[in-house]
Design a protein around this ligand. Structure first.
Ligand code: SAH
Ligand code: SF4
Ligand code: F3S
Length: 434
């Protein structure tokens, strides 16, 4: 039997889809396929911005015809959008062909829901309030070799005023250190070459006395050649100890993703981010003092309610001042139920579009400039994939830079030394140094 999973949203959701695949495979669905050939289709949704939702709506709606032709097909809706207040019912009304809806706290029930549907043909919705315990123990079907994702925290307590995550993912919970280490040890032993620790705010990890820096120290100390990265770090919980651990281990990626969101203190305070521009910049200064070649990437939002042109220009100037090597840039999207959605002073689409274009230009110019400086240098990349269109292998170095090269045999999972010969935007092209 075949399955198809469509994933929207963040890395955490991508990893969640690997766990969904794990549940499906334990039920006998043993092959991933195109939608048309699947016996079960799962939508693992995201609701972080309106366009993420629209995207999913479009794809689910398009399934109506297929389901008519193949009534035995099971259609499942899961993820953050399913957990959103009132959305599950809305979906069931709008798309009556959906068989199962399950929330973000119900993964362990998915197999029972599917078995019930297979045995009785009955549709079901299963949305639970969040629970105390963590749903551990599902063995994921990993899809991202040589990288492996490992959850360290679930949920979020920060309630940034624009963000829906705390409402759909619940309160922050940390996994037990022993569980995490056991998983990482297994993965390194199984040949994974990069371990990415996942949490909405990894810096607030706490298991008894163990905080994030101590956990990272242990995760990076195993035997074997592998890299460790982590995301996301919240600037309010950034610490000297974290920098010290990064410095201590050469296998911890020299790229920190530290979402700034805005360069204006007034907007940061309205966003409930609990740091100032100055504090943010002093963290980067500390990081670069200790690890001078460390790269920093970020997330930035434009058009937050009441943002003035001057405040936007403070975000623009942060790009250069914080020396970002790249950034994810977003237009603010009001999310029902969040504090910011009730704020006055909406910024028009026209103004927001203009701001995001200027911001993207500034980020791209800086990325290109940094890439150009790489030409002539030699990096060690971990080969991740093969690009059929380009007919080249690609991988990333410890600074997160993407490098392409030619090879006549499969190199995925190998560390390769690459002499950079050409830069094009974020992509670097090189020749293998033997
Ligand atoms: N936990 C992470 C990020 C989670 S969401 C953190 O705190 O950094 C990823 C990014 O989406 C956020 O960093 C933010 O830049 C963006 N985002 C979240 N809610 C948004 C909204 N309502 N409108 C626009 N962008 C949003
Ligand atoms: Fe959302 Fe803020 Fe939590 Fe990140 S830290 S998930 S932006 S509430
Ligand atoms: Fe991730 Fe989207 Fe949910 S960003 S946590 S999948 S709302």
């Amino acid at each position: 039997m075949k399955y198809h999973i469509t994933t929207y949203g963040c890395q955490m959701n991508v990893h969640e889809s690997e766990k969904i695949a794990g549940v499906l495979s334990s039920l006998g669905y043993d092959e991933e396929s195109a939608e048309e050939e699947a016996d079960i289709i799962v939508f693992n949704t995201c609701c972080i911005r309106e366009n993420a939702e629209n995207h999913a709506f479009g794809n689910i709606g398009a399934l109506k015809k297929l389901k008519k032709r193949k009534p035995e097909l099971i259609v499942v809706l899961g993820g953050c959008m399913a957990q959103e207040e009132g959305k599950a019912e809305y979906f069931r009304r709008k798309f009556p062909f959906i068989d199962i809806v399950f929330g973000t706290h119900n993964l362990s029930e998915l197999s029972t829901l599917i078995e019930k549907r297979r045995a009785t043909g009955k549709k079901s919705v299963s949305l639970k309030e969040e629970r105390e315990e963590i749903e551990d123990g599902i063995v994921p079907v990993r899809t991202s070799y040589p990288n492996a994702w490992v959850n360290i925290t679930y949920g979020c307590n920060n309630f940034c005023s624009y963000c829906i995550v705390p409402y759909v993912r619940g309160r922050e919970k940390s996994r037990k250190k022993e569980e995490i280490l056991k998983e990482v040890e297994f993965l390194v032993g199984a040949g994974y070459k990069e371990i990415t620790l996942l949490g909405q705010n990894v810096n607030s990890y706490a298991d008894g006395e163990t905080r994030f820096p101590a956990l990272l120290d242990e995760v990076a100390s195993l035997r074997g050649k592998y890299r460790v990265s982590f995301m996301t770090s919240h600037p309010k919980d950034f610490s000297e100890e974290l920098v010290a651990v990064m410095k201590k281990h050469e296998n911890i990626c020299r790229r920190l993703h530290l979402p700034a969101q805005s360069g204006s203190d007034r907007i940061l305070s309205l966003m409930n981010r609990r740091y100032t521009r100055q504090k943010y910049l002093s963290e980067i200064a500390l990081l670069k003092r200790e690890i001078p070649d460390c790269e920093v990437t970020t997330d930035l939002i434009v058009g937050f309610p009441t943002e003035t042109e001057e405040e936007f220009s403070e975000t623009l100037s942060l790009v250069n001042e914080a020396d970002f090597s790249s950034a994810f840039t977003f237009v603010y999207s009001p999310r029902e139920g969040t504090k910011a959605a009730a704020m006055e002073g909406r910024i028009s689409d026209e103004v927001s579009k203009n701001r995001i274009m200027r911001l993207v230009d500034a980020v791209n110019a800086q990325t290109r400039e940094k890439s150009a400086k790489c030409v002539g240098k030699t990096f060690e990349i971990l080969v991740e994939d093969y690009d059929e269109k380009k007919n080249l292998y690609l991988g990333r170095d410890i600074y997160g830079r993407m490098g392409y090269f030619k090879s006549d045999r499969d190199r995925v999972g190998e560390f390769v030394r690459l002499k950079i010969t050409k830069a094009n935007g974020v992509s670097l092209f090189g020749e293998e140094e033997k």
